[in-house]
Design a protein around this ligand. Structure first.
Ligand code: BGC
Length: 337
């Protein structure tokens, strides 16, 4: 079941999706997931994503809570790139680099919204030159809730070659905000992670995860990982790294054993940024709960960040006439242990 729950103003609305397992609140401001309610093993409902009480806070605060980010998620080196022999300049909004599509990226845009069957369909036409990117880019973001699975599909076309790398930036906390993420376990089916520099930008060096703190082949307790001594963990102030998947589905599993809540992520994309909320600063979120460091974890499925500078045939280029079409599903379950 899906319905428009409330109009915030003439342009922004809140949409509610409900199934027997989940209740999801989404807005067409930034395609943001505001609330995600699910039961724990005792049937107690909890909200498993971080967020704010008002749209105004989403408009003014900077952590991308729950947002759709683009045109390109993560960092572009020095906010510049060349495509077809032309150089483009993006706003520098993260030290020397451009982050998450610039100052007014997709997380700050009002999308057109319509309910189509069981789905919420958000569309946005990003004009040529917006935040420095070439081409009129037409983006459709479709959210569908089926049982315990929320599916997010992103489709885009352009009238000039451009870059695209869309993700959802939800901060998950399966305890329902009862504690930070240290007691969660994380499994990521990945043999390779990308090293970053002190600004969080991938350096171009890739390492084997095996035997490192970035080895999530079997579920690892996040608090134990964050306590490890490792130069890459120090540079990221925790985990804030791209991982390349070694399989095509069910690549990420996040669990909170005490509540029995489990999230399984399955994506058509080749990797994910894992970000352990290292920059969270104690800000107050929904329900008056403070969000200190490591209070949420982002599992941002995407192509390789800054692929334009790192890959031979960059996966983030969208050519005129081609279609970008990627889907990530998030399955929430309760496991009795
Ligand atoms: C990045 C972090 C950044 C955060 C902003 C994440 O996707 O990897 O480095 O601080 O977004 O909220």
């Amino acid at each position: 079941m899906i319905r428009e729950l409330k109009k915030v103003d003439d342009h922004i609305s809140l949409f509610e999706m409900k199934s027997n397992a989940l209740e999801v609140l989404v807005t067409n401001f930034g395609g943001t997931i505001i609330r995600l309610l699910m039961p724990d093993k005792n049937g107690q409902k909890g909200d498993v994503v971080l967020g704010y009480d008002s749209i105004a806070e989403y408009q003014t605060k900077d952590a991308y809570l729950g947002a759709l980010v683009g045109r390109t998620a993560n960092r572009t080196r020095k906010g510049t790139f060349s495509l077809n022999g032309k150089t483009y300049t993006l706003p520098l909004n993260d030290g020397p680099n451009s982050l998450h599509g610039g100052v007014h990226g997709f997380s700050q845009k009002v999308f057109d919204a319509k309910i189509q069957g069981d789905s919420l369909v958000l569309t946005y036409l990003s004009p040529d030159g917006e935040e420095g990117y070439p081409g009129n880019l037409r983006l459709t973001a479709t959210s569908t809730l089926t049982g315990g699975t929320l599916t997010l599909r992103y489709q885009a076309t352009t009238d000039q070659d451009t870059l695209i790398n869309i993700t959802n930036h939800s901060y998950f906390n399966l305890s329902g905000g009862q504690e930070d993420i240290c007691n969660h376990t994380l499994q990521v089916h990945s043999d390779t992670y990308a090293c970053i520099d002190a600004n969080g930008l991938p350096t171009g060096e890739f390492r084997d995860t095996q035997g490192t703190p970035f080895d999530f082949h079997t579920p690892a307790r996040i608090g134990d990982v964050l306590a490890r001594q490792d130069e890459q963990l120090t540079l990221g102030r925790g985990v804030d790294h791209p991982f390349l998947f070694n399989r095509a589905e069910d690549q990420v599993v996040l669990c909170h054993p005490a509540s029995g809540r489990r999230l399984t992520i399955s994506s058509t994309l080749p990797g994910t940024q894992v970000y352990t909320g290292n920059q969270l600063d104690g800000r107050i979120g929904k329900y008056g709960i403070a969000y200190p460091k490591h209070f949420g974890i982002c599992l941002e499925t995407q192509n390789l960040p800054d692929a334009i500078h790192l890959e031979q045939d960059p996966s983030t280029i969208l050519k005129k006439g081609d279609v970008y079409d990627e889907t990530t599903s998030y399955t929430f379950e309760v496991v009795q242990s």
